[in-house]
Every structure is written in structure tokens, then in C-alpha cells.
Design a protein around this ligand. Structure first.
Ligand code: GDP
Ligand code: MG
Length: 442
């Protein structure tokens, strides 16, 4: 996620931090690098210009350069300015005073609206709402089926009207259905287009009139950069958006969309999505996101995700098994599955302070391979890995489509993980603050 930008900024700042005093010329040199990095990340040039001039002004104005730790202070200013650029305080999703709340999703074709409808539904359901998903996109026959399938996997009801019915009418009927069935939140998926033409604009305006949305969320595809931001502004002009969702932030995107959409549209980013899985929806926190971009990690989000994936009771049970030395390969397998639920390994590392540089070294296939290996073991072998002699290891390798060397590697990893976990539960020696945070919940 925003790897190239993160890396460039990281390099610039570590140089700035390493020296003692900074001259104005050195500051300007560093800011020039920041400017180029932002432009290369496809951030709007006007946004970049304002950003750099704010940072420069503050760095020169506050006697920063003459302080003992000028580098750190400049990085601090960049962090604050980046947070401000991303919108300052996090903006929560609004809910209506009288139910149901209505969320209308609008954006270009392929930006991720239909997927988002299911994700938002799931997010709301986890907060105790009773969501109804509404398919108002009839252009593609498959669109309704797609939402139905997503609704099924998220265990959420889907309302779809007849083909040829105007979107506004579907919206009105869906609201009646929501009231009848006691739904408290309605998420409306809409048709997208490559451009916002008059037809689509009229259709969406009618739909909004018919459903009186609590929020009009404009969906921006991070992969398409500046043009997506421009399109978001057009959608906002027509529909009066209330918030932005930036999708595909996980992809190899340069990041410009996330960084400039707030400044260009004036609308708060409410969520980002970071993967293909339904759970890959994150409420957007400008400050935490700025930390991630600057390679400072995002421990708070990491811990939230861990809690969600593992559940507090399970975490306690595991901690006990570790402490008593009973932690075995079956536990290891369970842990791997929770880890997978939390998202990709690379994504997780990015959130750990100082670890973002390692993100590229991890591949999730390794996790899948390890799982396959443990699954090929008998329950007894999982409980007592020491009984895995040569012939058993060969059998496990054959059963999991791996090699005996892979099995050995996994067993070594397990032994190391077990030792590390024991050391950590035993007194909190070693481990960064992220690990300590994670442990606090156990
Ligand atoms: P729509 O045309 O706006 O409804 O877009 P869809 O919801 O059908 O999504 C288009 C494609 O983008 C699908 O293949 C999704 O799986 C994919 N997609 C959506 N969100 C994300 C994301 O956050 N990350 C990645 N990698 N893919 C996504
Ligand atoms: Mg769609």
C-alpha cells in the first residue's frame, strides 16, 4: 500500500533525522524530495504545493531548525500536515434519526460499489444494525446476481426489483420492504458508468430523491488515481455527496487518490478498502493513515483487527496454553487462520512501527503451505511434534504436496514461535511495542 511513496519519504526523513542541525538549504532539499515523491504518487499538484508551503512555513517559523532535534520536529510537522490534508479527525458514518438509515453508493464502473455494498452491510451488522442490501443496477444482468451472492456470503438479505423498473422506483419499494421487515439500515448499490453522463446523473438524482439518503458515499478507485478524484468531484457536484470511500488501497497504487480526494472534493473519507475479502473495510482515521504512510506504523488498527479476528476469549485461552507449555501445532494452525482473517501478512507488517520495510518479503502462499502441512498431520502428531520422524515427515510432505524440507522448515518455525510466545507471555521481554500491545489484550 503506497509502498513507493512510503519508501521515498522514509529515506528522505531518515537522512534528515540522522544529522544534528539543519540549515534552511537542507530543509529545502528535503522538501523538494517530498514534493517529488508526492507528485510521483499522483497527488494533485495544487495540493502538493499547498502542502509543502505549509510545512516549510511551520518549520521555519517555530525555530525548529535551531532546536536540538530538528529532523524529528520536521517529520512531526509533516505528520501533522498530512493528517490535516487527510481530513483531521476521523468522521464516523452518520445514522438517521429515524430508521432506516439509507446509504447510497455512487461511483464509476468497476470502482468497487457492489462489493462495498456487502462490506458496508457486514460492517453495520457487526455494529448491531439489521441491514438490507438493495440492487438498483440493472445494466448488467450479472450485477444483481453478484450482489445476491455477496449478500449470501455475508448472510444479509438482498432486495432486487424487476428488470426495466426505474432505479427510483426500486429505491422506494426497497424502503417499504425495509420498514416492513424491520431493517435498520439500507445500502443501495447503483449503476456505474465510465463517465458521469446525463442519463446516469438523472437516474441517481431521482434515486436520491426517492430514498432521501442519510449518506451519499462516493466510491473512488485508488488504482485510477487523479481521474478518479476528478470524477468524484463531478459526482459530488451532481449528487451532493456526504463522504468518500477509497477502494483498492491495497493494490500497487501510487496513493494520489487517497491523499488528494479530501482536498479536492472537501468531503471526508469515511472508509478505505484494502483487499478482495469482504472484511477488508477499514474506517478511515487520518492520523493513523498518515503514520502508515510515513512508516510509523498503525498499532491501534492492528490491535482492533486482532481483537476482531481472534476474539478476546480465544486470545486468553491461547495465552494460557502458551504459558503452560501446551501450545501445539493445532494451536499454531488456529493462529495462522486468525492471522489470515486479519488480512495479508504484508498488510499487517505495514502497520507495525519500523516493520513496513519488511512487508515486501512476506508472501501469503507460505502461510497457505504451512496450513496444508499441518492439515496432513494426525491429531497425535499435531499435539506431539517430536514424534515426527523421517518417515512421518515424508508422509506429511507427500500428503500436503510439499517437500520434507518444507516440513522441516515449518517445524523450525513452530519451535521458534513457541519460544518467542513463551518469552513474551513470561515477562514481556523483547518484542516491539506492537507485540506488547497485542499481548495486552491476552
Ligand atoms: P462496481 O462495478 O463498482 O460495482 O465494482 P465491483 O464491486 O464489481 O468491483 C470490481 C472489482 O474490484 C471486483 O473484482 C472486486 O473484487 C474488486 N475490488 C473491490 N474492492 C477492492 C479492493 O479493495 N481491493 C482489491 N484488490 N480489489 C477490489
Ligand atoms: Mg456493481
Amino acid at each position: 500500500m503506497l509502498d513507493a511513496l512510503s519508501e521515498r519519504l522514509g529515506r528522505t526523513f531518515s537522512r534528515l533525522r540522522s544529522g544534528g542541525r539543519i540549515t534552511e538549504a537542507q530543509l529545502d532539499e528535503a522538501l523538494r524530495e517530498v514534493r517529488v515523491a508526492l507528485l510521483e504518487a499522483d497527488v494533485h499538484f495544487q495540493v502538493v504545493r499547498d502542502f509543502i508551503s505549509h510545512v516549510r512555513e511551520r518549520a521555519l517559523g517555530r525555530e525548529v531548525l535551531r532546536s536540538l532535534t530538528p529532523g524529528q520536529q520536521v517529520v512531526g510537522i509533516v505528520h501533522e500536515e498530512l493528517t490535516a490534508l487527510l481530513g483531521g479527525d476521523a468522521q464516523e458514518l452518520l445514522s438517521a434519526e429515524t430508521t432506516p438509515s439509507v446509504y447510497l453508493l455512487a461511483g464509476s464502473k468497476g470502482s468497487g460499489k457492489t462489493t462495498l455494498a456487502a462490506r458496508l452491510g457486514l460492517h453495520l451488522a457487526r455494529r448491531g444494525e439489521r441491514p438490507l442490501l438493495v440492487a438498483a443496477d440493472f445494466e448488467r444482468v450479472a450485477a444483481v446476481e453478484q450482489l445476491r451472492a455477496l449478500g449470501e456470503s455475508a448472510d444479509l438479505p438482498v432486495y432486487a426489483g424487476q428488470r426495466e423498473t426505474p432505479a427510483a422506483e426500486i429505491g422506494a419499494r426497497a424502503l417499504e420492504e425495509a420498514k416492513r421487515s424491520g431493517a435498520t439500515a439500507v445500502v443501495v448499490d447503483t449503476r456505474g458508468a465510465v463517465d458521469l453522463d446525463d442519463d446516469l446523473a438523472d437516474e441517481l438524482i431521482d434515486l436520491a430523491d426517492a430514498t432521501d439518503p442519510t449518506e451519499v458515499l462516493i466510491v473512488v478507485d485508488a488504482m485510477t488515481g487523479q481521474s478518479a478524484v476528478e470524477l468524484a468531484r463531478e459526482f459530488h457536484d451532481v449528487l451532493e455527496g456526504t463522504g468518500i470511500v477509497v477502494t483498492k488501497v491495497d493494490s500497487d497504487t501510487r496513493g494520489g487518490a487517497v491523499l488528494s480526494v479530501r482536498a479536492v472534493t472537501g468531503l471526508p473519507v469515511k472508509f478505505i478498502t484494502t483487499g478482495e475479502r469482504l472484511e477488508a473495510l477499514e474506517p478511515f482515521h487520518p492520523e493513523r493513515f498518515a503514520s502508515r504512510v510515513l512508516g510509523m506504523g498503525d498499532v491501534v488498527t492492528l490491535v482492533e483487527r486482532a481483537k476482531e479476528a481472534v476474539g478476546e476469549r480465544d486470545a486468553k485461552a491461547v495465552a494460557q496454553r502458551v504459558a503452560s507449555g501446551e501450545f501445539d501445532l493445532q494451536d499454531f494452525l488456529n493462529q495462522m487462520q486468525s492471522l489470515k482473517q486479519m488480512g495479508s501478512m504484508a498488510g499487517l507488517l505495514e502497520m507495525m512501527p519500523g516493520m513496513s520495510g519488511m512487508a515486501g518479503q512476506f508472501d501469503d502462499h507460505e502461510l497457505t503451505r504451512s496450513e496444508a502441512i499441518i492439515r496432513s498431520m494426525t491429531p497425535e502428531e499435531r499435539r506431539r511434534p517430536q514424534i515426527l520422524n523421517g518417515s512421518r515427515r515424508r508422509r506429511v510432505a507427500a500428503g500436503s504436496g510439499t517437500t520434507p524440507a518444507d516440513v522441516n522448515r515449518l517445524l523450525n518455525q513452530f519451535a521458534k514461535a513457541k519460544k518467542l510466545l513463551q518469552a513474551m507471555t513470561g515477562g514481556g521481554r523483547g518484542g516491539g511495542s506492537a507485540l506488547r500491545e497485542l499481548l495486552r489484550m491476552q
